[in-house]
Design a binder for this molecule. Sequence first.
Ligand code: MSP
Length: 489
Amino acid sequence: MYITTPIYYVNDKPHIGHAYTNLLSDFFARFYRLCKEPVVLLTGTDEHGQKIEKSAKNLGISPTTLVDRVSKNFFDLAKALHLSNDDFIRTTEARHHKAVCHLFETIQKNGWIYKGSYSGWYASQDEAFYKQEDLIEGKAPTGAHVEWVCEESYFFKLSAFQEKLLDFYKNHPDFVMPHGRYNEVIRFVEGGLDDLSISRTGVKWGIPVPGDPDHVIYVWMDALCNYLSAIGYPNHLNNDLWEQSLHILGKDIIRFHAVYWPAFLMAADLPPPSQLAVHGWWTNEKQKISKSLGNVIDPIQLINDYSCDALRYFLLKNGAFSGDTDFSISLFEERYNSDLVNRFGNLVQRVLVFLVKNLDGIVPLAYDKTMQHAWEDLKIYAKNFQINCYVDRVFLLIDEANRYMEDNAPWAIKKLGDKKQLDTVMGNLCEMIKCICFYLSPVIPEGIHKCLSFFGIEGCNTTLLHRSLEGIIVKDVHALYPRLQKEPA
Ligand code: MSP
């Protein structure tokens, strides 16, 4: 499978919205690897266009200095989030430049590009063109500031793709997930498509149109092409990967991915991506997250203050494909303490400390392996993009394991001196912890890595679920997650 994040604009620091798109993609990459599917996970940065050009100008630095500096922030964010990406693409790289020029030239050669003149509104914040009737109180529907543009431009004959796109959607009913978004796309395309301006003369920071360097290629055409540049286009496109491509993206950029991108690809005789998974937005204490409101939440700060797992857990458990989700620091802390510390951390601690103290840490044979069956349901949740259900289901298993420990009270069995029964209970509990580790490894890989290290196991892999832990010696057990201490009032 080929899983991609959107590539991030490098005009500003990363915030939790960016972290969320990254984490969803990483969840799927890790999940499909557990399903024994080879996965390539791609992320990167979108570095051209007017927005970056303007930001650099405002800062009094060159665009190159700006993009190098800010791209590094996104690179570092991927590391801090423990993203398992195989590649990090920057649109200022030579491999990408070559791919974009080739895509443009192919579409041109196929007769889908003509030269004309564009007059209309442009919002550099969205890097998007708007018609007069789109504007709301003189602004783009997104609230972005617009400016009037009147310049020579190359156009892509998007209008000619209306029927082809509608046919494609009809034949691929799961192309856009969730289905509500798919219907939105169809309604938009049924409403008619105008040809699309795909070059700017008023912008200099970009990839020049081949053979006409007064124009730079429209930044969205440039950016979308990253998904191909990273897998060898034009010379060695990895078709097998492309045919299994899953783009993860936020609802604000659906039109670019679901309409323009498949049309560009069809125009270049390439198949559209296999699937788009479109998620909702995060708000902060019910407000849109924006720099001007001063309510941007820095994911790196959260990782430093709490831990990577704390952030991964909260965003993956609560974020949604279907709608928007509100971030609140009190809820964040509450979930951390109640779920990671009390439910999961506590289970691991109680079971393993007891094992070390009473059975020299030696894991006995497990008789009850029923938790392995949960994998079938979890796979369905993940494949249906129901990550919240996935996480909740695993935490119910954790509750079940905690209850099993309470109900069977190994400390009481120990007092009775029933070694066989004690072995059975502790073997079963270790088996449960192992299953839970396997299931949670796409969600909180750091804690799982630590937990498995108590068993002397180096990381989670595809074989772990059905592996017997009998005879393993558990040692060096310590708390997985420190409890947050509330500041005294
Ligand atoms: N550069 C384009 C994408 C090009 S992909 C070929 C872009 N970049 S972005 O940095 O503005 O946004 C990247 C991703 O972050 C998008 O999927 C967007 O939806 C997501 N988010 C930005 N703010 C967000 C929230 N507040 N909440 C959730 N995700 C949001 O668009």
